[in-house]
Design a protein around this ligand. Structure first.
Ligand SMILES: [Zn+2]
Length: 197
């Protein structure tokens, strides 16, 4: 299969983070990653507050955490990304009470991740308003961290490790681990060196 054929095979992936459904398996034979290691964020939620008066969605902090000791770098901002940059728009939207957030990208068979519609639109993180209004700050931190992890290409932490892994990538609404772990950083490092060079 030549490169042109391969590149035409794209799959839009939305990780819906449901309270009850089983997470997808972690064990993928290969990774899809963004083509370059700098990803811009347009956070449209920065003006919103939680019931505690603190920011409703700690997106800036989550972006900083994922960039910590990792080859990947999120550049946080609140205004639209530069034209044609690797961009993620973060929005708060009305969602059914079974969903706390989603992360949507397009995954290509050549191993790359783009924004939606062949990269003509940014990737999207959608955060549920009902959730943001009801849960505490720590839980909101978890959700922001979790959805940005999906944007990087990470799946849910699997059931075998979920009880001893304090990663924000553990699925479901029960866990409130609010940041990536050393295991996440190792995985990101693996992913973001595997498809390079
Ligand atoms: Zn999820």
């Amino acid at each position: 299969m030549n490169r042109l054929t391969k590149i035409l095979t794209a799959l839009a992936i939305t990780f819906g983070c449901l309270a009850v459904s089983a997470p997808p398996a972690d064990a993928a034979p290969s990774y899809n990653t963004w083509r370059t290691d700098v990803i811009y964020i347009q956070d449209t939620t920065s003006h919103l507050k939680g019931k505690d008066g603190r920011e409703r969605w700690p997106v800036r902090e989550a972006a900083r955490l994922w960039g910590h000791s990792s080859p990947l770098h999120f550049v946080y901002g609140t205004s639209p990304c530069t034209h044609r940059s690797q961009c993620v728009v973060v929005k708060e939207v009305t969602m059914p009470r079974t969903t706390t957030g989603t992360a949507s990208t397009t995954w290509w068979s050549d191993g790359t991740i783009r924004g939606l519609d062949n990269g003509t639109r940014p990737a999207e993180v959608r955060l549920a308003s009902w959730w943001g209004k009801e849960v505490d700050y720590r839980t909101r931190q978890k959700t922001a961290c979790h959805e940005l992890g999906h944007i990087l290409g990470l799946a849910h932490r699997d059931h075998a490790t979920r009880n001893r892994d304090k990663s924000c990538m553990v699925g479901g609404t029960g866990a409130t681990h609010y940041r990536p772990t050393a295991a996440d950083y190792r995985l990101v490092k693996t992913m973001y060196s595997a498809n390079r060079g």
